[in-house]
Design a binder for this molecule. Structure first.
Ligand SMILES: [Fe+2]
Ligand SMILES: [Fe+2]
Length: 143
């Protein structure tokens, strides 16, 4: 992952580091990057209403859930031995993002910090455990 040097604040830029080599999954991950960047953009404008930001976060949460399900189905289909622990990490990430949203709406957290955490979690997940299962699936002909 690298950050866009032209942007005033951190933006995610899609590049090889985030690519895991399974088309459906890479498309989803690109969309997650787009959604996170929209949240970052919305926060920066300063004119963003809480309602708008909340709807962007909902969209991110919803898409992340759908993506996690697609990955779990794929791992299940090929008998990936670490599916259960991967599934648990997905539930943990979902809860974490939803808690950030709740805390922000309750005025208890600064969204900048929440967004950074969210971004780190998702990116680290892609570069860590997602890459790991992709090697297993690619060895079985999934592309
Ligand atoms: Fe993923
Ligand atoms: Fe995953």
């Amino acid at each position: 992952m690298r950050l866009d040097p032209a942007a005033q604040s951190a933006r995610l830029v899609w590049d090889k580091d985030l690519f895991i080599g399974i088309q459906m999954v890479d498309q989803d991950h690109q969309q997650i990057v787009v959604l996170i960047n929209q949240v970052l953009d919305a926060m920066e404008t300063g004119r963003t209403s809480e309602k708008f930001l909340s709807s962007l976060l909902d969209e991110l949460i919803q898409f992340a859930k759908e993506h996690f399900r697609r990955e779990e189905d794929l791992m299940d289909q090929y008998g990936y031995p670490e599916l259960q622990s991967h599934r648990e990490v997905h539930r943990f990430l979902e809860n974490k993002i939803m808690n950030h949203k709740k805390a922000f709406l309750a005025g208890e957290a600064e969204l900048g910090i929440a967004a950074d955490l969210m971004k780190d979690w998702i990116v680290l997940h892609i570069q860590g455990v997602d890459r790991k299962y992709s090697r297993f699936l690619q060895a079985r002909g999934v592309a």
